[in-house]
Design a binder for this molecule. Structure first.
Ligand code: F0G
Length: 353
């Protein structure tokens, strides 16, 4: 049967009523992929929730379909967001479908190329500020107080409602919650949404609760350090955030679930990023790899026990950030003349006979 998108499929768990337009790009229903090689290597039963398979290539579609539907229902004509890239791509796509204006405020030079390309293609009005995500978020929050433009960052509760569906999908696929969920943390909306989703399903169906283990990037680890970071830095631009809006909710999720908010270094992020692609054929953007980097870190520290059933959330598609992939490539393509024999010699010279 045709997948109908999140608003139809999870209607009974979402604030959907007869006036809510059931917009959809067929978001959700993303793969929960068992990783055979890494499971063996790490001594856990590892799955990744590959949310890079969503229509705009990130988990943001889950929350955006809900937030945009409610904006439309309430008669809004325009939506806006601050973004490190993925939120703006999702907002622009769903605004296009719902026929709303979309304004996005992004940190100049600090968003990955694929994400910028999407915002342009979907027709968003793009404002690039000489500041960071936190500055941009402050601006749109203030503007929301004095204008009719609907704010669709994750401070909009409908975003969290939509995003919690990822937890439902995991539980439906596994038959119960995993022992551990590892997840990147930026503005902390997604960890908040997952925890809400796991709790709601558990209340209704006794499906259990995972330990929630969230990972910030070391240079943007505000929650771990318990202080606002004015100039956050990390290669994982998606989570280059120094004052997460859902800070308290992330801490609550970790505490209530016997989990932890921790950080991973850029080196650990890039090592996990390469491992996923080269060992498993899974290409996720750098911020996403923070979940697997964190898993590796906490298996080594003993905080995650061998034999655990773990789901690591891969929040965005690797194609979002082609520059990081190319810059890291140890082997550059060999350029040869357009001559068959020369190409054969080169190719066979590398094959063991
Ligand atoms: N992974 C990716 C790929 C992201 O784009 C983000 C956030 C996160 C993880 C962190 O999720 O903020 O809910 O803790 N991106 C936002 C954006 C900030 O503007 O696209 P979070």
């Amino acid at each position: 049967m045709l997948w109908r998108g999140l608003l139809e499929e999870y209607k009974e768990y979402l604030p959907v009523n007869e006036n809510t337009p059931l917009i959809s790009l067929q978001e959700g229903n993303t793969p929960l992929l068992p990783l055979k090689h890494l499971s063996e290597k790490l001594g856990v039963e590892l799955y990744v929730k590959y949310d890079g398979a969503n229509p705009t290539g990130s988990f943001k579609d889950r929350g955006m379909v809900m937030a945009v539907a409610k904006a439309k229902e309430d008669g809004a004509e325009a939506i806006m967001c601050a973004s490190t890239g993925n939120t703006s791509a999702a907002a622009a796509a769903y605004a296009a479908q719902a026929k709303l204006r979309c304004l996005v405020v992004i940190p100049d030079g600090k968003i990955a190329m694929g994400k910028l390309a999407q915002a342009v293609a979907y027709g968003a009005e793009i404002i690039s500020i000489e500041g960071n995500f936190d500055n941009a978020l402050t601006m749109v929050r203030n503007l929301a107080k004095q204008s009719p433009i609907t704010l669709v960052n994750s401070v909009n509760p409908y975003r969290i409602e939509g995003q919690k569906t990822a937890a439902f999908e995991i539980v439906d696929a596994l038959g119960a919650a995993p022992d551990v969920l590892t997840i990147p943390v930026g503005n902390a909306g997604n960890i908040t949404a997952y925890w809400k989703g796991f709790k709601e399903y558990n209340d209704k169906k006794q499906t259990g609760l995972p330990e929630m283990r969230g990972f910030e990037a070391e240079g943007a680890a505000a929650i771990v350090r318990n202080e606002i970071i004015d100039a956050p830095e990390t290669i994982a631009t998606a989570i280059r955030i120094g004052n997460p809006a859902s800070w308290d909710k992330a801490v609550a999720a970790a505490n209530e679930s016997n989990g932890k908010i921790d950080f991973v270094t850029d080196e650990e992020i890039l090592a996990a990023y390469k491992l996923l692609a080269s060992e498993e054929g899974v290409f996720a953007e750098p911020a996403s790899a923070a979940s697997v980097a964190g898993l590796i870190k906490q298996i080594e520290s003993g905080e995650i026990k061998k034999g655990s059933r773990v789901v690591s959330v891969l929040t965005g598609n690797g194609l979002k950030d082609p520059n990081t992939a190319i810059d890291l490539a140890p082997v550059k393509p060999v350029v040869l003349p357009n001559e068959e024999q020369t190409v054969f010699d080169h190719m066979l010279g590398r094959v063991k006979s």
